[in-house]
Design a protein around this ligand. Structure first.
Ligand code: 13P
Ligand code: SF4
Length: 304
């Protein structure tokens, strides 16, 4: 156990704080985390918790979403450098232009987006519920942003819905190429290839399962197969190796790391709790508008 673990856990109790950690975090953070999971799970936990302080070991938009869902709580991001390149690919001006080029079409935004962008979209989604959310709109055409590839994957999984995508992407997931999948299949013909939907469609098309980070982990847990290739950020592989030692996991390629997620250390989390930094705030009116978009997603999640 790390020397700071006990100190952090003591501080959490004293300050009535919870720590939410995304599955791409450095694995030692799990020692102090109350909840570890994908974006959907973490936003549900942020909405439900009765803690006074939420420490978010994730990226900026996740902490911002937690603040929007729990405006009376103090939300802390241990290391401010933790942005998301994809979320920063669209701003309000670009969103307005995208909408004006495609008028009258419902707008779905991936949770990997800023509060400003969410405030002018109809409904939010995460990688685990994107298909369900788009389907729930019952529309023939939807606008989807910022991730072009998640949007295209949704379209491929729905009959008769045209998904018009914004050209955003995740640079980490785009490092995975179709050639990598072909080569790994040849090397490990028995292995199941589990892939995140932020990957290019030439990669998802060749995979055995496509799903969110938690979706991938649950698939590996429930499957009777013994060997899996992980085609997403390395944090998922690290946790699967730790949790399922009886199964074999192979990373699709080396250095598949989202540095934005990896900035937080246990020391940062400790300092974050001691000094209550860095507090994330969202201006009231903006938060109210963005909440509608997130709330619609969360209540859709409760429907069936
Ligand atoms: P999940 O929805 O699987 O948590 O993915 C979030 C993310 O940022 C993946 O790059
Ligand atoms: Fe953003 Fe990609 Fe990192 Fe996910 S993996 S947080 S989409 S940069």
């Amino acid at each position: 156990m790390h020397e700071l673990t006990e100190k952090i856990n003591k501080l959490k109790r004293e300050k009535n704080a919870v720590i939410l950690a995304h599955c791409y975090q450095n694995i030692e953070i799990d020692e102090v985390a109350d909840f570890v999971g994908d974006s959907l799970y973490l936003s549900q936990m942020a909405a439900k918790t009765d803690a006074d302080i939420i420490v978010f070991a994730g990226v900026y938009f996740m902490a911002q979403t937690a603040k929007i869902l729990s405006p009376d709580k103090k939300v802390l991001l241990p290391e401010l450098k933790s942005g998301c390149e994809m979320a920063d690919m669209i701003n309000l001006e670009q969103l307005r232009k995208f909408k004006s080029q495609n008028p009258g079409i419902p707008v779905v935004c991936y949770i990997n987006s800023t509060a400003e962008v969410k405030s002018e979209c109809d409904i939010c989604c995460t990688s685990s519920n994107a298909v369900k959310i788009v389907k729930s709109l019952g529309a023939k055409k939807v606008l989807f942003l910022p991730d072009n590839y998640l949007g295209k994957w949704v379209e491929a999984n729905l009959d008769g819905v045209e998904v018009i995508t914004y050209p955003g992407c995740c640079p980490t997931h785009l490092k995975i190429k179709a050639e990598d999948i072909i080569a790994i299949r040849e090397k490990y013909p028995e292995a199941k290839i589990l892939t995140h939907p932020e990957c290019h469609q030439s990669v998802t098309e060749l995979s055995d399962y496509v799903g969110s980070t938690t979706g991938i982990m649950n698939y590996a847990k429930k499957s009777s197969e013994k060997q899996f290739v992980i085609a997403t950020e390395k944090g998922v592989y690290d946790r699967l190796k730790r949790d399922l030692p009886e199964k074999e996991f192979i990373m699709i390629k080396d250095n598949l790391i989202c540095q934005n997620m990896k900035w937080h250390t246990l020391e940062d989390i400790y300092n974050s709790l001691v000094y209550e930094k860095h507090e994330i705030n969202v201006e009231k009116d903006l938060a109210r508008k963005a909440l509608g978009c997130i709330d619609r997603m969360l209540s859709e999640g409760n429907n069936g």
